[in-house]
Design a binder for this molecule. Structure first.
Ligand code: GAR
Length: 194
């Protein structure tokens, strides 16, 4: 099973997945990291792990469709089975979705459908809800919509700050995402062999 991970920022989830691949928890290969931000820290993480990096921006193209067509070409060339969005902060357009819709998984730092968008942790914190969490879901054409695969709750305690909540959420993400990917990949491998 060949994975492509898409990320735009720090890449702590990318790192957690890469470690799970290395330890054998996830039975797959990370064929490439794609980033829409050439200077993102995730690019350095991938290089340090000797995972091939491809990085370019939609700004390098005349349209989003052309940007995504270039990504699609790379994914097809590398025969990617599953695309993993790990902090990829863009909406996936029809060019990629038509080919990868049931083979593209995203992580979001809230209990969807609550608090979608760019600031899931902060929005939940500011809304003063008692609990938030992490969602893993298939990608569709909405913002953090699409069929939910798994969720885990995180309580917001009275003494939590935004920083402490962020830490709690990321700790859950770094365990939940690799374990759900491991299960999903195992199931798909079983289906391919039956
Ligand atoms: C993660 O918290 C992920 O859930 C979130 O971006 C962060 C990336 O962190 N994704 C979204 O908000 C998607 N809407 P990382 O770069 O350290 O993995």
């Amino acid at each position: 099973m060949k994975l492509a991970i898409f990320a735009s920022g720090n890449g702590s989830n990318f790192q957690a997945i890469a470690e799970a691949v290395k330890s054998g928890e996830i039975d797959a290969e990370i064929t490439l990291l794609f980033s829409d931000k050439k200077d993102a820290y995730v690019v350095q993480r991938a290089k340090a792990l000797q995972i091939p990096v491809i990085a370019f921006s939609p700004k390098d193209f005349d349209s989003k469709a052309m940007y995504e067509a270039e990504i699609l070409h790379l994914l097809e060339e590398e025969q990617i089975d599953l695309v993993v969005l790990a902090g990829y902060m863009r909406i996936i357009g029809p060019t990629l979705l038509e080919v990868f819709s049931n083979r593209m998984v995203n992580i979001h730092p809230s209990l969807l459908p609550n608090f979608p968008g760019l600031n899931g942790i902060k929005d939940a914190f500011c809304a003063k809800v008692a609990e938030t969490g992490v969602t893993i879901h298939y990608v569709d054409d909405g913002v953090d919509t699409g069929p939910i695969i798994a969720q885990e709750k995180v309580m917001i305690e009275g003494n939590d700050t935004l920083a402490s909540l962020e830490e709690k959420i990321h700790n859950v993400e770094h365990k939940l995402f690799p374990s759900i990917l491991a299960k999903l990949i195992k199931t798909r491998q079983g289906e391919n062999h039956s």
